[in-house]
Design a protein around this ligand. Structure first.
Ligand SMILES: [Mg+2]
Length: 386
């Protein structure tokens, strides 16, 4: 059995959680300028017809008394990590599909946690306990049905489709609910007399493919309750690195340092984006005779600052004896942790080299890059001399 969890109006619910004054009001999160777009609306706002992807000026017209907020991505990510952690305590097979949505394969959980409905209720309760937010849960023998089921009873829903109930559920499932059926396909199917998923069984696979192309295969399978997709567990990230083969081999340390600086910017950005910090930095050097070496060192404290990673990399390079011209240089980090720096590390020493300051700088650079492009702001050392 596969379980699909979807947080209810996630961004808007987090805003209400952090600011109880918002409870009972219409909360709309998104780009708040008039050219912005709605990312999330709570259920109060949805009653006025506001929905995600709607232009913000339209939402303001529909909901003039609403509260309009800019998204706080870092906060949502923080809670998402806690939620995914709760799911992982039920099953090792967890596939996050977005910040507020995941599949969990609960096939092996029955002896530990009870039947599907019981597991669903427990997961809802644990998430509520951990972060104070409601979610909706759908459970079914197939992934696509689990996703449909979580939407069936929203918000705060719990809907189980037992294996015996699948044929009947498919027969009565409005075709527009099937993943992959948009407006255009829906109209097309309507002309074929396919209004519920079960109606598609009146056509052979070849007939469906002739009329719908590749999607015909998929629709044929789904109508027969076949969904081969499984819960894919993404392996935890063990290291993040960046490397480059030089256009000409070199023994010039200035050139190599310049490369490390570029890699450190790249690696730092990825860590900040993933919300991770590293405890170890490493460099990788390949010589012209293809011999390869790596050197690694512990960082003074877990960090996601490009600058501090760069300094660690340079120290390793300085200690490295370059016997032959270098053809490839790389820099990476490993021993990754998620979330904030353990408080203990901060209690006993003033962060070395103003680590917090460097991390702030990194985030500020990210914000500028996000808005104006990766090349909009860079270290002076990375500006090419013309
Ligand atoms: Mg959601």
């Amino acid at each position: 059995m596969i379980l699909h969890v979807d947080m209810d109006a996630f961004y808007a619910s987090v805003e209400q959680l952090d600011n109880p004054d918002l409870v009972g009001r219409c909360v709309i999160v998104g780009g708040i300028s008039d050219r912005g777009v709605v990312s999330a609306a709570n259920y109060a706002a949805r009653k006025f017809g506001v929905h995600s992807a709607m232009p913000m000026y339209r939402a303001r017209q529909l909901c003039p008394n609403g509260v309009f907020l800019h998204p706080r991505g870092g906060r949502y990510k923080e809670l998402s990590i806690v939620i995914m952690g709760v799911l992982c305590s039920f099953s090792p097979l967890v596939e996050p599909v977005s910040i507020d949505e995941a599949y969990v394969d609960i096939s092996g959980c029955a002896t530990l946690f009870g039947g599907p409905a019981e597991i669903g209720a427990k997961i809802k309760a644990r998430i509520k306990d951990a972060v104070g937010l409601n979610c909706s849960v759908g459970i079914a023998p197939q992934k696509f049905l689990a996703k449909i089921a979580s939407d069936f009873d929203k918000p705060d829903g719990l809907y189980v489709i037992s294996p015996e109930a699948v044929p009947d559920f498919i027969d009565r499932l409005p075709i527009g609910k099937v993943p992959g059926v948009g407006k255009v396909t829906n109209q097309h199917l309507d002309r074929l007399g396919i209004r519920n998923l079960g109606d598609a069984r009146r056509y052979t696979e070849n007939q469906l493919v002739a009329r719908l192309g590749k999607f015909g295969h998929r629709l044929h399978e789904l109508a027969h309750g076949i969904d081969r997709s499984q819960v894919h567990v993404s392996r935890p990230v063990k290291s993040i690195s960046s490397e480059e083969t030089l256009s000409t081999d070199t023994i010039d340390r200035t050139v190599l340092k310049h490369l490390l600086l570029k890699h450190a910017e790249d690696v730092g950005r990825q860590m900040r984006w993933k919300g991770m910090r590293a405890k170890t930095v490493f460099i990788k050097i390949k010589l012209s005779d293809f011999r390869q070496a790596t050197r690694q060192a512990a960082l003074p404290q877990p960090t996601q600052s490009s600058e501090l990673i760069y300094r660690g990399g340079v120290a390793l390079l300085n200690a490295f004896k370059i016997e032959k011209p270098v053809r490839l240089a790389g820099l990476g980090v490993t021993d990754l942790i998620t979330g904030e720096i353990p408080v203990q590390a901060l209690l006993f020493e003033e962060p070395s080299e103003g680590s917090a300051k460097w991390e702030k700088l990194g985030s500020a650079v990210d914000a500028i890059s996000e808005k104006y492009g990766v090349d909009a702001i860079k270290k002076a050392g990375l500006v090419r001399k013309e």
